[in-house]
Ligand binder design. Structure first.
Ligand code: SF4
Length: 604
């Protein structure tokens, strides 16, 4: 690594470089590890996430901008204004590798600028610049204007749209036009600092590690990618949208605010259907041979004059698809485009719209402003997205997040979230132990925190039996997110195994890194995130937050493969399996890490 941290204080206009201590690299590797360490170490207790005291951390991993493929990503973290817990969201594209080529492993932005600004990073020339002329702009024109102003056509940009400026708790930055670190309201954290964007251009090379070993890892990944591609794996052709059919078959496809796990019109929303109707343009992230990411030729869409727009990913195809009762693919693409430009997390936006639709249909919300709202109403869907981004009408309430809106409206039983983070698009009633993953993740209901390796449904089964597998997978995922390897690396032949991670880290660190050391790092990160959360609340009892919404505990799925299944077979089974996770993770019965565990892991 360059071991270099770029720190920018917007209040003082100060820019400085620091060395990341070797000890911290050894303890946390990079990516999500750095985010957990620096947030825990540097954020005071119980800060307001939209105050200057919050920090935005952008972290790369050891392999970014090296010859190793599938590493064209980065992580963005902060204290989430949506959940008041830690958030680390991951993003594809080019910003991460570009940061490393500019010489930085980590960027920390703190304080608050007096007026709108953007940060320009060109190798070691780093400047805070006026962004008054950019404030109010949508994401794509913002990126284009920064490249024009900087006279850097290849500058990589991460920026916010109006939703972030309006401090919408479900807003997110947009990067490289079509990528988003989506979860947890990071757009609002940018907005709270008057930070419109960060543009990066790097010209250096990352020259660390054992070059022979790096070449071995590179070749192995490329060979296995080719084998999987030649075998016709759908991921290479359709990207994540290919998962709609699979998810529906597994009873995991969210439908009408999670009232069901299968959607009668799911075939209209498949990746195959998308590609039959529209022209996809492959747009792989930096140095990625899988290349699942694509855009769409926008000439087919009368509502935009852009040349190409984002092709929706699976999560969007579900949360702005079946979950809001929408089966019209063009409206879904339009909704995705609006979220992208306005800077909204499609998962949380879909969740907010779905909750409102169910409440209106059930007569729990009424009045002129809710007229016409029902599942599948195309006009209302597009209207509500704009209302949330600009905080218009009841959009101002939804902009706070589903948990907050549900509390205000007295419809808490319809709010589908953990710790305030709306569920990602996989129903835990369709997969044994997935509910434990959602419940125990520090960030809330993210689908990217490790699932137990099973395809069984919870009915008549005990989640206790998959606790070991869950912990192992949580740790593997954590290592993936420290190394910053794409989660979709599973698409290569044989998947991206623990051994692959070990070989990669050993190549980068130029020594054999034993499995025990790597698993200890993963455990340290898991505990550090939990400690951060505990610090951020007065008298925080983790067990009160490690819970699932009542819908998944009490309402069995009405149909499909997992018909009759809840997230746990019984309430007792949930409690037993949760306590087992606590015990194996070194927590007390309330979910608080024991002093002994903290000391053993060397967390300071
Ligand atoms: S697999 Fe897809 S999302 Fe992952 S790095 Fe490659 S193109 Fe990007």
């Amino acid at each position: 690594m360059n071991n270099k941290l770029l720190r920018i204080n917007l209040t003082e206009g100060k820019i400085g470089n620091e060395k990341i201590p070797e000890k911290i690299i050894k303890q946390y590797i990079g990516g999500t590890g750095f985010i957990s360490y620096y947030l825990f170490k540097e954020l005071k207790e119980e800060i307001d996430p939209l105050s200057p005291e919050n920090k935005i951390i952008i972290a790369t991993g050891p392999a970014q901008a090296t010859r190793i493929p599938i590493t064209g990503r980065y992580a963005v973290g902060a204290k989430s204004p949506l959940t008041n817990h830690i958030i680390d969201a991951h993003c594809g594209g080019f910003v991460g590798p570009e940061l490393r080529m500019a010489g930085y492993d980590l960027v920390i932005v703190e304080g608050k600028a007096e007026k709108p600004v953007y940060i320009s990073i060109k190798d070691d020339k780093v400047e805070i610049k006026d962004a008054t002329h950019l404030w109010g702009k949508l994401a794509h024109p913002t990126e284009d204007k920064i490249r024009e102003d900087e006279e850097e056509p290849r500058m990589r940009v991460i920026c916010i749209g109006p939703a972030g400026e309006n401090l919408v708790n479900i807003s997110c930055p947009t990067a490289d036009l079509h990528h988003n670190p989506g979860r947890g309201g990071l757009g609002a954290v940018f907005g709270s600092k008057n930070l419109k964007a960060i543009g990066v251009r790097g010209s250096g090379k990352t020259t660390i590690g054992n070059l022979d070993k790096i070449e071995e890892v590179r070749k192995n990944i490329l060979d296995r990618t080719k084998e999987a591609k030649d075998a016709g794996a759908g991921m290479f052709k359709y990207g994540t949208s290919n998962a709609v059919g699979f998810s529906n078959e597994m009873s995991q496809y969210p439908t009408r605010n999670w009232q069901s796990g299968e959607f009668e019109d799911h075939e209209k929303l498949s990746g195959v259907d998308l590609d039959e109707k529209y022209t996809a343009i492959r747009k792989p992230c930096y140095n990625c041979p899988i290349g699942c990411s694509s855009t769409l030729d926008a000439s087919a869409f009368p509502w935009t004059d852009e040349k190409e727009i984002a092709r929706p990913e699976y999560e969007t195809m579900a949360m702005l698809g079946g979950n809001i009762g929408l089966s019209d693919i063009e409206t879904l693409i339009h909704a995705n485009y609006l979220c992208n430009q306005l800077g909204l997390d499609t998962i949380s936006t879909g969740s907010a719209i779905a909750m409102t639709m169910e409440a209106v249909e059930k007569g729990l919300l009424s009045g002129p402003e809710f007229e016409g709202i029902k599942f599948g109403n195309k006009e209302k869907i597009l209207e509500m997205i704009e209302m949330i981004a600009y905080r218009k009408g009841f959009g101002d309430i939804l902009a706070e997040g589903v948990a907050q809106a549900a509390e205000k409206w007295g419809i808490e039983h319809l709010a589908i979230h953990v710790k305030g983070l709306p569920f990602a698009a996989w129903d835990p009633r369709g997969r044994l132990g997935l509910g434990l993953s959602y419940a125990t993740a520090a960030v809330g209901a993210s689908h990217l925190r490790g699932w137990p390796a099973t395809s069984e449904v919870p009915k008549d089964k005990s989640a206790v039996d998959v606790v070991d597998s869950l912990i192992e997978q949580q740790d593997y995922k954590s290592l993936t997110d420290c190394l910053i390897i794409c989660s979709f690396s599973y698409a290569i032949k044989g998947g991206f195994s623990f051994d692959d991670r070990k070989k990669m880290l050993s190549a980068m660190w130029d020594r054999d890194v034993p499995k025990e050391e790597m698993m200890e790092i993963a455990q340290r990160i898991w505990i550090t995130k939990r400690l951060f959360n505990i610090n951020q609340f007065d008298n925080y009892k983790p067990i009160e937050y490690d819970v699932l919404p009542p819908r998944f505990m009490n309402e069995p799925l009405p149909s499909g493969r997992a018909e009759g299944s809840k997230a746990f077979d019984t309430e007792e089974d949930f409690k037993k399996s949760l306590q087992l996770v606590y015990k194996k993770r070194g927590l007390d019965e309330h979910g608080i890490p024991t002093k002994k565990e903290i000391e053993n892991l060397g967390i300071e």
